[in-house]
Design a protein around this ligand. Structure first.
Ligand SMILES: C[S@@+](CC[C@H](N)C(=O)[O-])C[C@H]1O[C@@H](n2cnc3c(N)ncnc32)[C@H](O)[C@@H]1O
Length: 199
């Protein structure tokens, strides 16, 4: 398992793109509509929660016809995403966004299970740590994301075997979502999966 202290030496204040970012971007880009010639009002509206550097949001903006809003709790991440030319907003999960606003919501959440004694209170901990069970940020996201989804809206959520995929699917079910795995990639210590959640 990746140890936070090891990661810390490699990181700045903003999570930089890694295998998980790429898997989520590939899955979202391959499933969102591209190449349409409709007007602005026909473009899907996509939110990326926890955008970090803006890598996933930028890929979706470049490779699909969606208009993308990039958000993060971390003000340094919002600055980096804005510098990358994205529409960037500081937000805790989906709190400031209107009911039913988005056709798709993407999230590569913090998911590393972390011993409370080994945590530290900085932005990289916020980017990596999912609390003791790895689901401390995923669970409130699942509880709240349905509010901002359009009726046919979908969620693309990156999950790790380290945080318990079955538990996350069960929790999504309690919030009224069905789940399908649309991409996965295995590494020596974890398997990453992109779940598509829909109602
Ligand atoms: C694993 S990083 C992913 C960054 C980027 N999306 C990527 O894939 O490279 C998780 C991101 O979620 C953000 N985050 C953590 N808690 C959040 C919250 N409550 N609301 C919004 N963003 C949050 C972190 O600041 C971090 O940028």
């Amino acid at each position: 398992m990746t140890d936070l202290a090891t990661r810390r030496g490699l990181e700045t204040d903003v999570y930089q793109p890694a295998e998980d970012s790429e898997l989520l971007a590939d899955a979202a880009c391959s499933r969102l509509p591209s190449g349409g010639d409709g007007g602005d009002e026909d473009r899907p509206l996509v939110l990326e929660v926890g955008t970090g550097s803006g890598y996933v949001a930028a890929r979706v903006a470049e490779e699909t016809e969606a208009r993308v809003i990039a958000s993060d709790l971390n003000p340094h991440a919002v600055g980096q995403a804005a510098d990358a030319g994205l529409e960037a907003v500081r937000a805790d999960l989906v709190s400031p966004f209107a009911d039913g606003a988005f056709d798709a919501v993407l999230f590569n959440p913090p998911y590393l299970p972390t011993d409370p004694d080994n945590e530290w209170d900085d932005w990289m901990e916020r980017a990596l740590s999912g609390g003791e069970d790895g689901r401390a940020v995923v669970d409130p996201f699942l509880e709240r994301v349905g509010r901002v989804l359009a009726p046919e809206g979908v969620v693309y959520l990156l999950v790790s075997s380290l945080a318990g995929v079955e538990e996350i699917v069960d929790r999504a079910g309690e919030e009224g979502f069905s789940a399908a795995a649309v991409a996965d990639e295995s590494f020596p210590f974890e398997t990453l999966t992109v779940l598509e959640l829909f109602r």
